[in-house]
Design a protein around this ligand. Sequence first.
Ligand SMILES: Cc1cc2nc3c(=O)[nH]c(=O)nc-3n(C[C@H](O)[C@H](O)[C@H](O)COP(=O)(O)O)c2cc1C
Length: 194
Amino acid sequence: MPRTKLLAIAGSPRRGVNTDLLLQELSRGAESEGAEVKTILLNELAIAPCRHCDCCLETGRCAIEDDMQWLHSELRGTDRLVLASPIFFMGVTAQTKAMIDRCQALWVLKYVLKLPIATNGGGERRGLFISVGGRRVANLFQPAIATVKSFFKTLDVTYAGALLFHGIEGKGAILEHPTALREAFLAGQRLAQD
Ligand SMILES: Cc1cc2nc3c(=O)[nH]c(=O)nc-3n(C[C@H](O)[C@H](O)[C@H](O)COP(=O)(O)O)c2cc1C
């Protein structure tokens, strides 16, 4: 049996703190169920913002030659997708949004050229969103969730839910949460199963 492939995308510019720790725990959970996890650190990649040049409209290929070219292949080939981004000004981070916008080329493949997006051999694709925000306000995560759902839909990834924690601001804040890391581990196990 081939192992389930999970792509874990870290969208925070900070290493080893809140969303990163949640993503790591989720990855550990998935690995404990046999998944093969590949982690992408967006802040360390060169991903320019979409220019809306419309070059992709003809071919479904983005004209900008940077790390997004191989990341498109990873996004298309994975069985499971986890996107982790803190809330910045009520949305995902700039690093995350740049990556999402650059998937316009995949949107063209799917909706204009009517070509298949997934290259993972036909298995169901599912994904989760991980986020934290410093404030405690109603609807803190709603704009980001809408963006992530739109991203997943373009990729033919079923949105299987989210791990969301508000009131998380300082670097060690998530470590003080009573259940967050355990919840992430269990979510990783569930995501890797069947
Ligand atoms: C530029 C910037 C914008 C932010 N905007 C928000 C916001 O709109 N709402 C909120 O609750 N927290 C906001 N925060 C706080 C972060 O979401 C919070 O510090 C979070 O813990 C960072 O996650 P990380 O440790 O995984 O990077 C912002 C932080 C920065 C640096």
